[in-house]
Design a protein around this ligand. Sequence first.
Ligand code: NAP
Length: 302
Amino acid sequence: MVPEQIIIFKEKILNMISSKTSFIALIGNPVSHSLSPIMQNAALQYLGLDLIYIAIPCKDEDLELVLNSLKKINCKGLNITIPHKEKVFNLCSEISPIANKLKAINTLKLNSNQEWSGTNTDVEGFIYPLKALNLTRKEGIVLGSGGAARSVIQGLINLNFSKVTIISRNEKSLNGLMKNFTNQSQVKGLLNSDDQINNLIEETDLIVNTTPVGMQKESNSENNVLPYGENFWKSLNSKTIVYDLIYNPAPTPLLKYCDKKGCRTIDGTQMLIAQGLKSLSFWTNGLEVPFEIMANALKKYL
Ligand code: NAP
């Protein structure tokens, strides 16, 4: 964005604020890197609502106080990010079935009793770029066993995948995650040292990276590595789709590597936008904003 554009953008936001303006906030720690304020303010402006979106850093020990206080000061909704997605469960009076199943909440709104209702929009966000690809009865691999992996696995189940293999370096978190999917026989877990991995990589239809490997870092030391090292990827087939949840940098080193091997690749930008659109719809009881409104706002920052 050139300086004149920044001034116009800031003026537009300032013109939106009046003594009646209410707000939506992102709560996490850290939040200063987040692109949600950029895309959500563009969408709120498009809708012409008297609402703004801000990011509020919040430490673990302050979470309860902050959420209880926000109920009292005209805050209409929240996004919740690392490290609070599980901790907000105790602070909600209603929780959607999907958030309950995933044990993670990323969106809250104030209900008619002035209490927080929680849900999770990451599954719908994840599925968004896959919907048009007709992946029913396909096989998928998920790398990593953290918070985002839960949404990805649920997304692949919703898309009717016949087999979903989670590959993790961490036995404890892998076992914990498998407990969420005990009734789903198509979901299996493996450690990244397992002998079956070469064959699985060769045969799979989709690989999703949910590890942070390849994310933009301040130091260059780890910027060019692939999840689990280059050897892990040696049997990759050009028919496999590779989806990296990371959106900065886009493309990641993994997606550049897979693109060179002839694979179709998807970065995390569409998921970021699609989950944001779903959150906005939840806060506004169903209002919709075109995908391009958020995408165009983000283009200047990615
Ligand atoms: P998380 O809960 O911290 O989970 C990260 C997982 O990656 C854990 O299983 C962790 O294993 C593993 N991991 C970390 N470093 C690794 C390494 N060097 N090699 C192999 N595995 C490693 O994080 P998250 O919330 O799931 O987020 C994961 C990534 O997804 C982040 O990059 C985040 O930005 C991205 N994301 C994107 C979107 C989007 O909208 N596009 C949404 C959500 C998340 P250990 O437990 O052993 O550390």
